[in-house]
Design a protein around this ligand. Structure first.
Ligand code: ZN
Length: 397
């Protein structure tokens, strides 16, 4: 990260100005679909209005560059690849799409994972829900996209390695809704996905995440609970923490919210691993959401009513002030009090160089799981309530 925000901003302004000049003279023309299109063509910048098959087939799956699930045969599961942005070699990043199209019409719910590439429990949660669906018995449609940031997933790392000025690492959950004519490939990829796949097929959306490499979190949902449609879904999860906050622009669930599609973000434990116990809670909650929307029939499973749910609207970060090995004195979900000691840190000689205490009363949501820390690293996040909730990046989803 640059310590010179002004310099960075100037350069960005310059680049935008250059592109605008080019656009005025030569025109910024989005590439037309390269092969046989089934259905009508569409406005390059606008939402998809029909399915476009590129004519390619990859590993037996048809490739689309735009999708309208109304065009798919009802009562079946469909496996497709969505054609994302091109790589430097000219091939595309293809994103896996599974559509369970109900026999009867109804609500359309979109399930997403892989916006960050190291969050495997989120992928497994979506796959488990999809594998449990029988389209012949459904009224409505569930569409799953499991590997949004393909290059990040190939390396099982959080960020998209972008061939910008050398290798840039871009956080895809700061890019939404994206821009098909954007200044980076990830921005364009986000724009293509949002305009041509996600937004046109969603009446509600859930973007699944986990903690990140080196920083573990508990099971919780991030959601704006003042929005009744969102609250109704989030309360159907038997999950014991809710971070009731609209967080910040650029995250995928807010791109949906900004266009009137209710959405939220579950967080499912540690990165890089499968936490099968936590996954089961989110599968049960998601099935409840599908029942709530009338897509799937049957009795509700366990909901938030069956567990004790702690709701906070702010996250209190405790940042390392020294370098050294950190030893936690509390666990995830522990209740903590102001002044309570949460962690100590030792230097290379074994001497304690820092003690970290909570500034608030709340519950532990996340903890650094890498033992080594340098100054500035988040060590603990405490979920708590504040009369005027934090806005901005206090919890760095
Ligand atoms: Zn994430």
């Amino acid at each position: 990260m640059s310590n010179k925000p002004d310099e960075r901003l100037d350069r960005r302004d310059f680049m935008i100005a250059s592109v605008a000049t080019l656009g005025a003279s030569a025109g910024l023309v989005a590439k037309a679909p390269s092969a046989s299109a089934e259905g009508s063509t569409q406005n390059a910048a606008g939402p998809a209005s029909a399915t476009i098959y590129t004519g390619d087939v990859i590993q037996g799956r048809k490739v689309v560059s735009a999708l309208d699930i109304h065009d798919l045969e009802p009562g079946k599961k469909h496996h497709l690849y969505f054609q994302g942005v091109e790589m430097p070699t000219g091939q595309h990043w293809y994103v896996s799409v599974t559509v369970a199209k109900g026999a009867r019409p109804g609500m359309r719910v979109v399930l997403i994972s892989g916006v960050h590439g190291d969050e495997m429990s989120s992928v497994h949660t979506v796959q488990t829900v999809m594998n449990g669906l029988d389209p012949g018995e459904m009224s409505g449609t569930v569409m799953a996209v499991t590997d949004v940031s393909r290059p990040a997933m190939e390396g099982m790392q959080r960020r998209w390695p972008n061939a910008g000025r050398g290798a840039d690492l871009i956080d895809m959950n700061r890019e939404w809704p994206g821009n098909e004519n954007g200044l980076t490939a990830p921005s364009r990829h986000a724009g293509l996905l949002f305009n041509r796949l996600l937004r046109p097929n969603a009446d509600a959306a859930i973007d699944f995440h986990t903690g990140t490499t080196g920083f573990e979190v508990t099971a919780f949902n991030i959601a704006g609970m003042d929005v009744p449609e969102v609250k109704a879904m989030v309360e159907l999860y038997p999950v014991s923490q809710i971070f009731d906050n609209h967080v910040y622009p650029g995250v995928l669930h807010n791109a949906f919210m900004d266009v009137g599609i209710p959405a939220f973000t579950p967080e499912i434990g540690a990165a890089r691993v499968l936490d099968l116990d936590m996954i089961a809670l989110f599968v049960e909650g998601t099935m409840n959401v599908l029942k709530h929307h009338g897509i799937v029939a049957g009795p509700m499973g366990r909901t938030g009513k069956e567990v004790s749910v702690f709701v906070g609207n702010s996250a209190f970060p405790i940042l390392a002030t020294e370098g050294g090995i950190v030893e936690h004195l509390v666990k995830l979900n522990d209740k903590v009090k102001p002044g309570q000691k949460l962690a100590i840190q030792r230097d290379s000689f074994g001497d304690v160089v820092a003690e970290y205490t909570s500034g608030v009363a709340g519950e532990v949501t996340g903890q650094r799981s890498d033992a080594m820390a340098e100054p500035g690293n988040p060590l603990v996040f405490i979920l708590f309530h504040k009369d005027a909730p934090d806005r901005g990046e206090t919890y760095p989803e």
